[in-house]
Design a protein around this ligand. Structure first.
Ligand code: HEC
Length: 461
């Protein structure tokens, strides 16, 4: 019999593995976008300073560069591998799918990343020590390589949502996977966002300038950069939404909290107001306020946006063929990948998963709940918390008076045929559905009482 080689599940009871990946990734996005945006801004500013004979502007590049070196590059370099570590255990087959499609893209990414890191050191430590032309050239190379790292990663990220071209599933091919309408819209959105962040974080550095004339000059440039970038970002977001497939729109409309559009609009308006204020009143550019703005955008703008992007990808984690619970849910002839659903339908999970304790391969009255727990861990826990905290706790869906049979019937109806848009097809046979149901009922205290009552009633009869 074919076995299904799922890796053991990383179970994080507090918030769930998905959120841990989310925390690390959101921080990484903040730092990486800020530094790519800053790199391009530096290239422009160095040229501008050179042409208009304003060497004092280079002092801003030097200080901002140093600030990024300490924050962005250190924290960015910790959270970058952090994403690899956390996603590799949270979603090993998702990562495997990306590596199988994009190994050379990633190699390219790292080459440019090395140039970028060397570039930031050269930019900071050679300021004033090499002639202006050379320094400007370093700035331009640094800017271009930084943006190249962004170009490559956005193609990979948008493949996680949707393979670039529909024919990819048949033909395979890295460019078919890489380029699609979603790629460019996402690139536009991220590009605008990175300049917004460059302008906000730049305020932390510029806020410390004592020289009022210099502060004013920098404040004006940052404010205009921020205003243009934020407005462009809002437009790019609309474009991005228009590239989403129909299924994503349904999920977006039905599954996101109602306050989501309002919250995003508030963040955009607040950010614009902040830039306008620092434009007309450069004294308002204070490091503390800029720091608060940075955190506000992180918490109220970036986090919800990343969460939304995650949800509209459901039930897939990569390429529309690896389910979030790691099962391969579709044939991809172009990659020689076969759906595992038929095997599971034929033999069940417990018989086919590799990492199942022998004692749980066959269900009986003694191990039913334990077998159910194993099924929940493997097939649900990636998206549903099994405790009372974290993401979409399973216990919330079955409060009160459900019987095991009710729940089992529900599970099969909702999941076995793959009829639920945002959940994977999870084909349980009768035995497994009952086992999972009995475990789910132990999660909700009220329901546990019901099962106990049902059991005593049966015993009395
Ligand atoms: C790909 C992620 C994913 C997986 C895996 C998953 N679910 Fe869900 N599930 C969701 C989402 C998203 C919702 C929408 C509910 C929400 O937003 O609160 C949901 C909703 C539900 C609901 C509420 C009813 C409904 O249809 O909206 C139940 C019950 C449920 N899931 C049970 C399960 C069980 C049991 C498993 C494992 C056998 C499972 N889910 C696996 C993502 C998932």
């Amino acid at each position: 019999m074919d076995m299904i080689g799922l890796y053991p599940t990383w179970f994080e009871p507090g918030v769930g593995s998905g959120w841990i990946v989310g925390f690390i990734a959101t921080i990484h996005v903040l730092f990486s976008h800020t530094s790519v945006g800053a790199a391009i801004f530096f290239a422009w500013l160095a040229n501008h300073a050179h042409r208009h004979h304003k060497p004092e502007l280079l002092e801003f590049i030097r200080r901002y560069g140093l600030f990024l070196l300490v924050f962005s590059y250190v924290l960015g370099s910790i959270t970058g591998p952090g994403i690899w570590f956390s996603t590799t255990v949270a979603s090993p087959r998702g990562i495997s799918a990306l590596i199988h499609s994009f190994v050379w893209m990633w190699a390219t990414e790292w080459v440019f990343f090395v140039i970028e890191v060397v570039g930031v050191y050269m930019l900071v430590y050679l300021a004033g020590k090499v002639d202006v032309k050379t320094h400007t050239r370093i700035a331009v190379i640094f800017g271009l390589t930084s943006y190249t790292t962004m170009l490559v990663i956005v193609g990979i990220l948008s493949f996680m949502m949707w393979p670039g071209k529909a024919e990819w599933a048949e033909t395979g091919g890295v460019l078919n996977a890489f380029y699609g309408p979603n790629t460019f819209a996402q690139l536009g959105m991220r590009t605008a966002f990175m300049f917004t962040m460059t302008a906000v974080v730049g305020g932390i550095v510029a806020g410390q300038f004592k020289d009022l004339a210099l502060k004013k000059a920098i404040a004006g440039k940052l404010a205009w950069l921020g205003i243009v970038a934020t407005l462009t970002g809002a437009a790019m977001f609309q474009w991005y939404l228009s590239t989403l497939p129909e299924t994503a729109e349904v999920v977006l409309q039905n599954r996101l909290p109602a306050h989501f559009p309002m919250a995003l609009m508030t963040v955009v308006a607040g950010t614009l107001a902040y830039f306008v204020l620092t434009l007309v009143q450069p004294r308002a550019l204070v490091s503390g306020v800029a720091g608060v703005m940075t955190v506000a955008i992180l918490v109220f703008g970036l986090w919800p946006e990343e969460v939304a992007r995650e949800s509209i990808r459901k039930p897939w984690v990569a390429g529309q063929y690896v389910y979030s619970n790691q099962v391969i849910g579709r044939d991809v002839p172009g990659m020689g990948v076969k759906s595992e659903i038929p095997t599971i339908e034929a033999h069940g999970f417990l018989k086919t998963l590799v990492f199942v304790p022998e004692a749980l391969r066959a269900i009986d009255d003694g191990n039913r709940v334990e077998a159910g727990r194993l099924l929940a861990l493997n097939t649900c826990s990636n998206c549903h918390s099994l405790s009372s905290t974290g993401i979409r706790p399973l216990r919330h869906y079955f409060p009160g008076s459900h019987t095991e049979a009710d729940v089992a019937e529900y599970l099969q109806a909702a999941l076995s045929g793959g009829n639920t848009l945002y959940m994977p097809q999870i084909p349980f046979n009768d035995e497994e559905a009952r086992a999972l149901a009995s475990f789910i009922l132990t999660l909700s205290p009220a329901a546990a009482v019901n099962t106990a009552q049902a059991a005593t009633t049966v015993a009395k009869e």
